[in-house]
Ligand binder design. Structure first.
Ligand SMILES: [Cu+2]
Length: 316
């Protein structure tokens, strides 16, 4: 294989000198994450839970790149951890036994991949038992924006929010129960029960906000270990659903979309422009909704202009 390297390098240089748009604009995005076995708050009251996390919070940080970019990734597993951990980016086409292999405590792993396909993709730890590493909180989202940018069919949103749903198993050690789907008591949205639902939890201090008539783009991922999500915006209709977040995979006028375990996608909602309204974005499976999977979206003229933009895409 070694003798191929000069050839590959030459081809790569050739591509650059030709000035191909995708190569010329492609950038390398360096991402470092640290596996942290640490306590996290799993509800708005601050109830502690023995989480396993990327960088100390559930979910891990949003990774956002543009189609064609190189993701230069390092996973650090500090020596104080007890478990091996790993990284599985669904946006990557690599070797499950290579790039995605487990990393022991005290070690780290570095790999690169080209984000060749636009979309919205879950990432997660894949170390054994995977069910436990995901259930305890080791997941997040990578957004690969299309290199063509926005278009008539893929309109620019006014606000963007990330919502990641997961199942909460209070007994963090019983991975056999997790496999059997037994003992899960609640659903988490971005790591907390009723995170953005002051109706069902008076301790909730945050909700999604927008102005009437704005296009709100929800980047949703199903990080449940076993259950699909029936994603529905109560008192609204998904104007567009982009399956897997790719502009080519567009659906129109959808009430409920079934999101498979590990699936992620884009869900656009546009509220009536002529009056203030509220939506409740739910998993219409009641066992999940009434155990935490409800998110309030308030459409009011005085909506904070900074919400749903930049760092305020993922409300901690
Ligand atoms: Cu892990």
């Amino acid at each position: 294989m070694k003798n191929l390297k000069p050839l590959i390098a030459a081809l790569a240089l050739g591509a650059v000198s030709l000035g191909s748009a995708s190569i010329a604009s492609a950038k390398t995005v360096e991402i470092v994450m640290k596996a942290q076995e640490t306590e996290v708050a799993i509800d708005n009251a601050g109830t502690k839970y023995a989480g396993w996390t990327f960088d100390g919070s559930i979910p891990g940080k949003i990774v956002r790149v543009t189609e064609g970019d190189i993701v230069d990734f390092t996973l650090v597993n500090p020596a104080e951890n007890k478990e091996s951990h790993s990284m599985d980016f669904h946006a990557a086409e690599v070797d499950v036994l290579g790039e995605f292999a487990p990393v022991k405590p005290g070690e780290s792993k570095h790999f690169k991949f080209v984000a060749k396909r636009a979309g919205v993709w879950m990432y997660h730890c894949g170390a054994s038992p995977m069910v436990q590493h995901i259930a305890r909180g080791m997941f997040g989202l990578i957004i690969v924006d299309p290199k063509e940018g926005y278009s008539k069919n893929f309109p620019k949103p006014d606000r963007e929010y990330v919502l990641i749903q997961s199942q909460f198993f209070p007994n963090a050690d019983d991975y056999k129960a997790m496999l059997a789907n037994e003992g899960w008591t609640n659903s988490l949205i971005n790591g907390k029960i009723f995170h953005y639902d002051p109706v069902h939890d008076p301790k909730a201090t945050k909700a999604l906000v927008a102005k009437p008539g704005e296009r709100v783009r929800i980047y949703f991922a199903n990080a449940n270990v076993n259950l699909p999500v029936a994603l529905h915006p109560i008192a609204g209709i998904w104007d567009k659903v982009f399956i897997n977040g790719n502009p080519k995979n567009v659906l129109h006028d959808i009430a409920t979309y079934n999101v498979a375990v590990s699936e992620a996608g884009i869900f656009d909602i546009v509220s009536p422009a002529d009056k203030p309204t509220n939506n409740a974005i739910v998993d219409h499976a009641m066992s999940a909704a009434l155990r935490g999977a409800i998110t309030v979206l308030m459409n009011t003229p005085d909506a904070d202009p900074g919400m749903g933009k930049g760092e305020q895409m993922l409300l901690r």
